[in-house]
Write a protein that binds this ligand. Structure first.
Ligand code: SF4
Ligand code: SF4
Length: 436
């Protein structure tokens, strides 16, 4: 099969060697967990538990509000202490259910094997919704919505995303090594729901062992495993679709506009666990890496503060410079280690003080390096200039809203211009003006 190379992109050092050999280890729960009511794209869920309620692992804590919304579930057994404004990885305080951990009970029925072979498509989608499943690659878009494309947009290609192109992160890699059968079972469920002509698992060629295992395991299933050239941001939905199908998602469009559905490998496992064991999404695999003594991959109860995970990873090797949720390219820097893991947290990267440099910013020298690497074909220097001048409409016309915030432009800029920060600010302003 001929793969297509997208224009632009970069080859940052991947630093995956720090954690790639570390087997996924369960993390004991902290004293308190903080489960935000909003962990997904769409409307926050509405709480259905009150202060002092006794909950178990897997108890549903909230209900979805509307179609693009999912519930959250308790990751521990214990007592609800209340609904409190608490730190959120998105950078502001949001309502979270605070639970004091007591005991280790699991909600009735969770874990018991069930036969889902006769379930109707609609029943499977509803079960996935009520299990609170969202895309675990970072965007946290509700999975049941993706599995319900409009009737005039049939899906002919399902792509399971095992690219994991973001430097440092290895949680998807470990899942492919340790749980290939469950990825395939989840993929088969997606295949049953969407009935595509083609199913592909895409993995970057810097993970040859994962490619080999999945090729062996999918032999005879009709699922293809393709090796993609390692180049950031290969794992972005649009670039993955282009590499595998040659189709271009139109500006402002979604994968279903070109007959594609993309889902991360971890999400495929969550789908399988929901249908086979009735297990809601209350824990996930997180890579903790960078300046910690024991970088690794951990199975973490959702709502666990980063400080607890850093302890599990042997503590910080020096003075903390930055705590980043996600990887260095697209991750979000945090103001405190109290911030909890949410469904979209694939990794936590600790940068030490001596690794964090406050760079002097110089004027743009119009070298066009940012233009050369932009995988969306944008002109980042021009868009940045327009945003800085408050010319938001013109920035929009130049494609501001199509920026995927991959950071390639800022990575290569010799003048150290904070381009991504500028685009995020610009996008916020455009959205604000659209609401007026
Ligand atoms: S951050 Fe936006 S403008 Fe910069 S390279 Fe990525 S897509 Fe292009
Ligand atoms: S890479 Fe930096 S200096 Fe070069 S054109 Fe882009 S913004 Fe200007």
């Amino acid at each position: 099969m001929k793969l297509l190379k997208f224009k632009g992109g970069i080859h940052p050092h991947d630093h995956k060697e720090l954690s790639k050999s570390s087997q996924i280890m369960p993390v004991p729960p902290p004293e308190f967990v903080y489960v935000p009511l909003s962990q997904h794209t769409g409307a926050p869920s509405k709480p259905i538990v009150e202060k002092k309620a006794q909950v178990k692992k897997g108890t549903r804590l909230s209900e979805p509000v509307g179609f693009v919304s999912v519930p959250v579930h308790s990751p521990v057994s214990g007592t609800v202490m209340g609904i409190v404004p608490y730190y959120h990885p998105l950078g502001k305080k949001m309502d979270a259910i605070k639970i004091k951990v007591e005991g280790d009970e699991i909600e009735e029925g969770i874990g018991e094997e069930r036969d889902y072979s006769n379930m109707k498509k609609e029943e499977m989608i509803e079960a996935i919704k009520m299990a609170g499943i969202v895309g675990l690659g970072g965007a946290a878009f509700p999975t049941h919505v993706k599995l319900s494309p409009p009737p005039d947009k049939p899906i002919d290609t399902v792509i399971i995303n095992g690219a994991e192109c973001e430097p440092y992160l290895t949680s998807d890699y470990r899942l492919m090594i340790e749980r290939p059968d469950d990825i395939i079972k989840g993929t088969e469920i997606i295949r049953r729901i969407l009935n595509p002509k083609r199913v592909v698992i895409g993995i970057e060629d810097n993970k040859p062992d994962a490619i080999q295992i999945l090729r062996e395991k999918t032999d005879g299933t009709g699922i293809e495993v393709v090796s993609l050239p390692a180049r950031y941001p290969q794992g972005s939905e649009k670039h993955l679709i282009y590499a595998i199908t040659g189709r271009k998602v139109p500006a402002g469009g979604l994968p279903f506009d070109v007959g594609c559905y993309v889902q991360n490998v971890g999400t495929a496992i969550a789908i399988y666990e929901a249908l086979r064991f009735g297990k809601p999404l209350y824990e996930r695999v997180v890579t903790i890496t960078g300046g910690v003594n024991k970088p690794g991959n951990f199975l973490v109860p959702i709502g666990t503060p980063a400080s607890h995970l850093i302890e599990q990873a042997g503590g910080v090797k020096g003075e903390v410079g930055k705590i980043i949720f996600g990887g260095p390219m697209m991750g979000l820097a945090q103001i405190t280690d109290a911030v909890p893991v949410i469904k979209g947290t694939s990794g936590i990267l600790i940068q030490l003080k001596n690794e964090v440099h406050i760079e002097d910013v110089y004027p743009c020298i119009r070298c066009s390096s940012c233009v050369d690497v932009c995988p969306m074909g944008l002109i980042p220097n021009m868009i940045g200039k327009l945003v800085n001048a408050g010319k938001y409409e013109m920035a929009e016309e130049m494609g501001l809203m199509f920026c995927i915030e991959c950071g390639c432009c800022a990575y290569v800029c010799p003048s150290k211009r904070p381009l991504v920060h500028t685009f995020k600010m610009g996008k916020r302003e455009v959205l604000k003006r659209r609401k007026k």
